[in-house]
Structures are given as C-alpha cells and as structure tokens.
Ligand binder design. Structure first.
Ligand code: NAD
Length: 316
C-alpha cells in the first residue's frame, strides 16, 4: 500500500550502523536500492544517500519526482552535478572534515611505506627472493619537508601529523583558502605558505595532494610539475584521479625522478592490474582503491552522521 511517510533511499553502500539507525526510525521509510525497488525510489524518495559510487548526473536527477535532498558521505562532490541539482531545487550536502584524520593517516602510511620500501620488500619475501639489506636502503623522513597542495581539512591534519611525527617542516599551497591562519595552527617556524606551486615543488621531499577535482585542478601535476620537483621526491595522491596526469607520472617513474608514488585516487576506479599494468611494473608505486576514509570508525561515524542529517532534513 502507499505510505505517507517520507522515503529515504540509500544508493551506495553505507555502514550497517547507518542503515540500522534509519530502519529503527518509525517516522520515515528507508530503502537500500536494489533492482526491484528502483522505480519506487524514483517515484517516492525525498532524500538520497550516496557516496562516490553513484554518478548523480542531470539525467539521473530528472528521474526522481519527489527529490529534495542529496546527501553525500564524504567530501568530494565531483560525482554530483551541482548545477543540475540547483536548477531542480535540490539541496546537496556532504560531510566536510569527518574523514580528515583517516585520509591523513593513509597519506602518512603511504609516505612511510614508500620511504622504507615496505610493500616492495614484503613482496620480495613472499616471492621467495632474498632481500639484501645493504642493497635495499630506504629513506628517512625525519626532519624532511612535506609539501601540501590544498590546505583544507585533510591538508591541515596531515601537516600536523607530519610536524608531530616527523619533526619536519611543511610548505603549503592553497591560493583559495579562507580559514584560520595556518601559521597559528601549525607554528610559524614549522610552516611556510607559498603563492606559487613551483616554490612548493622545488623544496618538498614529499608532495601530497589534498585539493578537490575541479576544472582548475585537473592535470595540476603534469610534466612541467614533475620537472620542477626535487630528485627523489615522493608523490602522494589521496585526493582524486585526474589531478595527476598519469602519463607524466609514468615518465617520472621511468626516469627515476621519484622515490615512489602513493595513489589512492586514479582516473580509472576501481583500479585494476589491466588498467595500471605499466604503473604497477614499478615496485615503488602503491595503488589503493580509494580507501582514504575506509576505517571502521569513520564509516560508522560518518554514516550515522548522514543518517541523522537526512532524518532532520526530511522531517523538517
Ligand atoms: P577541503 O575543502 O577542506 O580542502 C580542500 C582545499 O583545497 C581548500 O582549502 C581549497 O581552498 C583548496 N584548493 C582548491 N583548489 C585549489 C587549487 N587549485 N590549488 C590549491 N588549493 C586548492 O577538503 P578536504 O576535506 O581537505 O578534502 C580534499 C579532497 O580530498 C576532497 O575534495 C576529495 O576529493 C578528496 N578526498 C579523498 C578521499 C579518499 O578516500 N581518498 C577522502 C576524502 C576526501
């Protein structure tokens, strides 16, 4: 039969704590999308919960007749056509800041794994090869310089961790930032802001990307930028595929410019061996499938945050 309760639809995988919270709420109906309920969702959903799997295109939006809210668990809203949503009077929400610690932890993990060649050495042992320690020297990160491109929520948390754990310095590039003073947060003796990307690339031992994917950040790190980088730098992309030009990255690896590259965001996702065979030939590349926020703690916390927000929105 028909229900007068507002319907919330869950289009991408959410933590069980989030779906349980919605199911326990008697004032709303909730549905996890399946093959059989798609039409009901298009007809009735007032709010949809997404992550980054579902592309919310103008065509997709036009299929909904009651939709008022799109809520995304996560920060990057590049999978949602914001202009089309605006035109249709649909409000879009995300969860800024909630996953910053987890993404920063992943970026730091990748830097340490690359510097100490952990995945490479582990792989050798698994393959039954002898690892000659004197021929397998890593790099120390203590006291080194981290370059953070995009000093928002994640960039700031990573900078703090770097200063705390590595006792290093941080150079930040973010011409659009309007928040609190970085030098006050991080300590002026540890942090330096630059207005030109090149000034960061030329001094950073580790370059880490934390910008959204937009027209202005697409291909931000391309051939010229690799040329500017220090010899033996580490590149980290835990932001979005497309920000790094993958062909230029391959060239940088082939010319031994980099100690390594840690990539949680790729042009093709999920990343496969077929798609990334040439990058994966380099033992100093680590590819992870967009797991920046994939911790039990953060999936539960931000899933429940979205569930609560959605209920508030549809209940007015
Ligand atoms: P944020 O909005 O807090 O920070 C982004 C910063 O980038 C802002 O300060 C902004 O001014 C700056 N910026 C924008 N364009 C720039 C440019 N051209 N040059 C330099 N700086 C620029 O976002 P956040 O929470 O720090 O997240 C950053 C990005 O990380 C997200 O947009 C998302 O795409 C990505 N992300 C990835 C994962 C993952 O699982 N790997 C998880 C969360 C976020």
């Amino acid at each position: 039969g028909t229900s007068l309760k507002p319907l919330v639809a869950i289009l991408d995988p959410y933590h069980p704590d989030a779906t349980a919270k919605l199911e326990a709420n008697n004032e709303i109906d909730s549905l996890v999308v399946s093959k059989s309920n798609r039409q009901e969702i298009y007809d009735r959903a007032q709010a949809i919960m997404v992550r980054s799997d579902t592309a919310i295109s103008p065509v997709e939006l036009s299929k909904f007749s009651q939709l008022k809210y799109v809520v995304k668990q996560g920060v990057g809203v590049d999978n949602i056509d914001l202009e089309a949503a605006k035109q249709a009077g649909i409000e879009v929400y995300n969860t800024p800041g909630l996953n910053a610690e987890a993404v920063a932890e992943l970026a730091l993990s990748l830097a340490l794994c690359l510097a100490r060649r952990i995945t490479e050495i582990d792989r050798s042992i698994r393959e039954g090869k002898a690892v000659v320690r004197s021929q397998t020297l890593g790099r120390s990160l203590f006291g080194k310089t981290l370059g953070v491109i995009g000093m928002g929520n994640i960039g700031i948390v990573l900078a703090k961790k770097w200063i705390g754990a590595m006792e290093g310095t941080v150079v930040g590039y973010d011409p659009h930032y309007q928040g609190d003073s970085w030098s006050e947060i991080l300590g002026a003796h540890r942090f330096r802001q630059v207005d030109q990307l090149n000034n960061l690339l030329q001094v950073a031992d580790v370059v880490s990307l934390h910008v959204p994917l937009t027209d202005s950040t697409k291909g931000l790190i391309a051939r010229d930028e690799f040329t500017q980088m220090k010899q033996d730098a580490i590149l980290l992309n835990c932001a979005r595929g497309g920000i790094v030009d993958e062909e230029a990255l391959l060239e940088a690896l082939e010319s031994n410019k980099l100690v390594g590259a840690g990539l949680d965001a790729m042009e093709i996702e999920p990343p496969t061996r077929e798609a990334y065979g040439s990058l994966l030939k380099h033992p100093n590349v680590i590819i992870t499938p967009h797991i920046g926020a994939s911790t039990r703690e953060i999936q539960s916390l931000s899933g429940v945050f979205v569930a609560d927000l959605v209920v508030d929105l549809v209940m007015g």
